[in-house]
Write a protein that binds this ligand. Structure first.
Ligand code: FES
Length: 156
């Protein structure tokens, strides 16, 4: 199936809203479906939800930023998480992060223009013995030095 256009997704969003409109607590299910539909919560979609469900934008923004499953920006196909926990931090996680920023030409929290990678800094990933650690989607890479970065990226 071809990828839906933004407009088609907005039409689908109208259906989603209509399905939930009359039920109490419609906001969460609508936001969940919207996240799934667009891969993030576009501002235009938030506005539509706000108008149709009669919920202030500020409240939607609050919910969207509180739950980590919602994102306000489009995400790449691969999410690179750089652990900034203490064990990793003392082993130059910052150097690894800086190298990733440079190679991908993005800041932490952003997605590359080709939509391939989203770079983010995270809390302890729970494998401190491998510090410093990054994950690329489900793949874990540990005991890194900044010069390992190009090789890792070339796998994706
Ligand atoms: S501090 Fe990085 S995995 Fe725990």
């Amino acid at each position: 199936m071809a990828e839906m256009t933004f407009k088609e997704k907005m039409d689908k969003l109208d259906h989603i809203i209509n399905e939930h409109k009359q039920k109490p607590g419609a906001l969460m299910p609508v936001l969940n479906d919207t996240q799934e539909l667009f891969g993030y919560l576009p501002e235009e979609a938030q506005k539509r939800i706000s108008e149709e469900l009669n919920i202030p934008m500020a409240e939607i923004f609050g919910v969207a930023t509180f739950y980590s499953r919602f994102t306000l920006k489009p995400r790449g196909k691969f999410t690179i998480s750089v652990c900034m926990g203490t064990a990793c931090y003392v082993k130059d996680a910052q150097g690894v992060l800086d190298r990733l920023k440079k190679e991908l030409n993005v800041e932490a929290g952003d997605t590359t223009t080709d939509g391939k990678f989203t770079l983010e800094a995270t809390r302890c990933l729970g494998c401190c013995g491998l510090a410093p650690v990054i994950t690329v989607n489900e793949d874990v890479y540990g005991k890194l030095v900044p010069d390992d970065v190009p090789d890792i990226l070339s796998k994706y």
